[in-house]
Design a binder for this molecule. Structure first.
Ligand code: ADP
Ligand code: MG
Ligand code: MG
Length: 213
C-alpha cells in the first residue's frame, strides 16, 4: 500500500461521512415514514464524531485498528439512538479484528465484519428478516467472505458485496418491521425500505471506492 493503513482507514471514514451528509435528508424522510425521522441527523452526528476522532487518532500516530475503534466509540457516544450504538459497536469489532499491524489482511477484515454482524445481532436482538440494518449487513458479510475466500482481492470483493447489500437493502421494502420503533407502524412501512439498511448499503458502497486493491 502506498499510504499507511491508518491513513487508509481515515480516508474510508471521510468517504462515509461525505456520503451520509449528502443523503441525510433522504434518510430522515425514509425514517419518518414508520420511525421518528431522525436517522439522517443521527447518522450525520455519528459520522462527524467518528471522523473527528479518527483524525485525532491518526495525528497521534495510532494504528489502523485503534483509529477505527476510537471512531466507533465516538460515534456511539455522540450520536445516540439505536443506530449510533449499533454502528459504534460494529466499528469497534472491525477495529479489534484488524489490529494495529502495518498491513491489514483481507481475512482479518472479513472476520471483523462477521464479528460486527454477530455483535449487532446480539446487542439489538433482531433476527434476519426483522427489517433492520442487519438485512443489508448479513448479505454483505456473506458475499465478502465468499469472494475473499475464493481469492478475490479485498477491493473487488468489497465492491461485489456492496452491490449485494444495495439489492438486499432495497428488498427490505417488502418486509414488515419487527424491531425498533418502526414495528409500531408496520403497515406504513411496507413498500418502503428500512432506513438503517439503506444507510448501511450507502456506507459500504462509499467505502468500496476508497479501498486499495
Ligand atoms: P432510532 O430508531 O433510535 O431513532 P435511527 O433512526 O438512527 O435510531 O436508526 C433506525 C435504524 O436502526 C432502523 O432503520 C434499523 O435499521 C436499525 N435498528 C433499529 N432497531 C434495531 C435492532 N434491534 N437491531 C438492528 N438494527 C436496528
Ligand atoms: Mg429514528
Ligand atoms: Mg430516534
Amino acid at each position: 500500500a502506498s499510504r499507511s493503513d491508518a491513513a487508509g482507514v481515515l480516508a474510508v471514514i471521510e468517504a462515509i461521512q461525505a456520503r451520509i451528509e449528502a443523503e441525510a435528508d433522504d434518510l430522515g424522510k425514509l425514517d419518518a415514514i414508520s420511525g421518528d425521522g431522525d436517522h439522517g441527523i443521527g447518522m450525520t452526528t455519528g459520522t462527524r464524531a467518528a471522523l473527528a476522532a479518527a483524525r485525532r487518532a491518526v495525528e497521534k500516530g495510532c494504528g489502523a485498528g485503534t483509529v477505527l475503534t476510537r471512531a466507533g466509540d465516538a460515534w456511539a457516544n455522540e450520536a445516540g439512538g439505536t443506530s449510533g450504538a449499533l454502528w459504534g459497536l460494529g466499528l469497534r469489532c472491525v477495529g479489534t479484528a484488524i489490529g494495529d499491524s502495518d498491513s491489514v489482511a483481507a481475512a482479518a477484515v472479513v472476520q471483523g465484519i462477521r464479528d460486527a454482524t454477530d455483535a449487532i445481532m446480539r446487542l439489538g436482538g433482531a433476527d434476519i428478516g426483522d427489517k433492520t440494518m442487519l438485512d443489508a449487513m448479513q448479505p454483505f458479510a456473506n458475499a465478502l467472505a465468499e469472494q475473499v475466500e475464493a481469492g478475490t482481492c479485498l477491493r473487488e470483493a468489497w465492491r461485489h458485496a456492496a452491490k449485494h447489500s444495495e439489492q438486499a437493502a432495497a428488498a427490505t421494502a417488502a418486509l414488515k418491521p419487527r424491531k425498533g420503533r418502526a414495528k409500531n407502524h408496520s403497515e406504513k412501512s411496507v413498500g418502503h425500505a428500512d432506513p438503517g439498511a439503506v444507510s448501511f448499503a450507502m456506507i459500504v458502497a462509499s467505502t468500496a471506492t476508497t479501498l486499495e486493491s
